[in-house]
Design a protein around this ligand. Structure first.
Ligand SMILES: Cc1cc2nc3c(=O)[nH]c(=O)nc-3n(C[C@H](O)[C@H](O)[C@H](O)COP(=O)(O)O)c2cc1C
Length: 171
């Protein structure tokens, strides 16, 4: 799939078929995330691949958005420690930027593989940490189900027009 087609086709999918994604696809997706740029190349993001049915069920419960979602066969959970990235001259921490870049690489690669994802940023972090044995210093930033969607949503359309967000020379 051409890059721009991938960008247009990436949508948030919340209902999945039970089929587990193929191992080689998962490996390529994780490799795309590995190659992402980070602050001073610190590479602080870790990815937890969750496929055991018992753990997958527990993660769904920790997300607690059942009314919107249908079960997916697996999750990829993204974590980073604040200390695994830098701080800019204004004292702003950059771990969130690093994380976003890496995780979007992963999400776009999944789209290119014909797989469905959904960024999920709203969940019970303590429960997720307990289920997956994540050490305290890490923040669970976002996670995504990974699988095949029951139906296609088509391409992204509901965005602001370009002239409302792009400014040439001055704001
Ligand atoms: C950082 C982030 C966190 C998100 N968290 C959630 C979430 O907790 N639950 C949910 O249903 N969707 C979540 N979404 C999905 C957004 O609602 C969705 O990307 C947006 O509405 C645009 O729709 P699209 O992804 O289909 O283009 C999240 C998206 C991002 C980027």
């Amino acid at each position: 799939m051409d890059f721009y087609e991938v960008v247009r086709k990436r949508r948030s999918y919340r209902v999945y078929k039970p089929d587990m994604p193929e191992k080689d696809k998962i490996e390529r997706i994780l490799e795309a995330a590995r190659l992402a740029p980070t602050w001073a190349n610190m590479q602080g993001v870790h990815y937890i691949v969750v496929q055991e049915p018992e753990n997958v069920r527990a993660i769904w419960q920790a997300i607690g958005q059942d009314q919107k979602f249908g079960n997916a066969p697996m999750f990829i959970v993204g974590i980073i420690a604040e200390t695994s990235s830098g701080t800019n001259k204004n004292g702003e921490k950059y771990y969130g930027v690093d994380f976003g870049i890496c995780f979007e690489h992963l999400i776009l690669a999944a789209t290119a593989e014909g797989l469905a994802t959904c960024w999920i940023g709203w969940f019970n972090e303590n429960k997720i940490k307990a289920i997956l044995g994540i050490p305290n210093k890490y923040k669970v930033m976002d996670l995504t189900p990974l699988g095949y969607s029951t139906k296609s949503k088509g391409e992204v359309t509901d965005r602001k027009p370009i002239e409302k967000i792009v400014h040439y020379e001055k704001f």
